[in-house]
Design a protein around this ligand. Structure first.
Ligand code: F6R
Length: 378
């Protein structure tokens, strides 16, 4: 039941700190330190999946595809494994040429999405008669280990988010992100692709995430609700981000589209000037995700370009960043965390914004028109 929340979606947004905590409890060794004899992450997967690993390809749809893009960033930038992400519906009809020692990861919270299952089935088939280095190595990331996915793919990371009722994915997205953090950190340890100190620092900060997410929810909810009133009549939104937060811009835009029926587009901030900037005027708000780190200044300068076109600028950024405070008209403040972990905090205000705009518009938040919770047809 909704436990006092007006909609399941809001309840599920609030469940995210718990979802992150559960993933850490299940898969992270509490006692681990860089001096430990074994690694920090216990996913319980068959080690042969990762033997001589040269490449990872990920197939998914929708929000799971966005989580996979964050996953790609982590697998490449932390673990150093070349990774590609494909829409399952594209991959199944135009598969990438076969490469050796390749892990194929299927990401589907429901475990029932037809295109994702078909892409995995195809990969299994086309590799089944080949030599050992081309053998199929399949891994599933799902919230439903009893689903069709696990009949097809025996090796699974169960995200333990609990059943999600709102059609728009929120807590299962958080859980998928966690699965990718854990997988990437495990591979980082195995491949020694980062120093033990860096690995320990990321893990240490990851442990603080549940409490930080609670803080974001407590401090933001009322505020975002008030802000949402400003956008009841808005017809178009642009979301921009770079690096690891580019997929969060896509996800923020998708949440808004799905439940409020407002046209929204997510872009890598550096791409704005190559076309979409032509859309901007005072009627098109721009939400920019600007987190301290490798692309902070770049995002701020991209945001300023939008401001010069009279767009209302909303910044998802830490409160203590003066330059950001001066750039944005409106802030959606989030805690300052290591850039690599920032998607876990930046996703929350964007979910809340989409939720409140939809609720204020009086729409059916949990069951938006034309959408189903699992897409079991092609
Ligand atoms: C977005 C949403 C959809 C799903 C997509 C894949 O809020 O819910 O885009 O993410 O249909 O679903 P799964 O993860 O079940 O394969």
């Amino acid at each position: 039941e909704k436990q006092g929340f007006k909609h399941f979606m809001l309840k599920e947004i609030y469940e995210q700190p718990g979802v992150v905590r559960t993933c850490l409890e299940n898969y992270l060794d509490e006692q681990w330190s860089p001096d430990s004899a074994a690694g920090p992450i216990k996913l319980g997967l068959d080690p042969s999946l990762f033997q001589d690993l040269e490449r990872i390809q990920i197939v998914a749809c929708g929000t799971s595809w966005h989580a996979s893009l964050v996953g790609q960033y982590l697998l490449e930038q932390l673990a150093g494994v070349p990774t590609v992400v494909q829409y399952a519906s594209e991959f199944r009809y135009a598969p990438t040429p076969l490469t050796p020692n390749t892990l194929t990861v299927g990401v589907t919270q429901s475990g029932e999405t037809a295109d994702t299952l078909a892409a995995l089935e195809m990969e299994k088939q086309r590799r089944s008669e080949l030599s050992d280095e081309f053998r199929p190595r399949l891994l599933g990331i799902t919230n439903r280990p009893e689903s069709s996915l696990s009949r097809l793919v025996p090796q699974i990371i169960d995200t333990h988010a609990g059943i999600e009722i709102g059609v728009a994915a929120t807590k299962t997205f958080a859980a998928q992100l966690m699965a990718f953090y854990l997988l990437a950190l495990d591979l980082t340890y195995q491949r020694q692709s980062q120093s033990p100190e860096r690995l320990a620092a990321i893990i240490g900060e990851l442990r603080t995430l549940p409490a930080l997410l609670e803080l974001v929810l407590e401090s933001q909810e009322r505020y975002v609700e008030t802000l949402a009133h400003d956008f009841v009549e808005t017809q178009d939104f642009i979301y921009i981000g770079r690096g690891i937060n580019f997929p969060i811009a896509l996800e923020g835009a998708l949440k808004l589209k799905e439940i409020s029926y407002i046209h929204a587009e997510g872009y890598p901030a550096g791409e704005m000037k190559h076309g979409p900037i032509a859309l901007l005027d005072a009627k098109v708000p721009v939400v920019a995700i600007a987190m301290p780190g490798s692309v902070f200044e770049k995002v701020l300068s991209n945001a300023q370009e939008a401001k010069a076109r009279d767009a209302r600028l909303i910044g998802v950024t830490p409160m203590n960043e003066q330059e950001a405070r001066e750039t944005f008209d409106t802030l959606l403040p989030v805690p300052a965390v290591d850039e690599i972990l920032s998607p876990l905090v930046t996703m929350v205000p964007l979910q809340l914004l989409a939720y409140h705009i939809s609720a204020i518009r009086g729409l059916d938040v949990d069951q938006p028109r034309n959408l189903a919770k699992s897409v079991t047809v092609e």
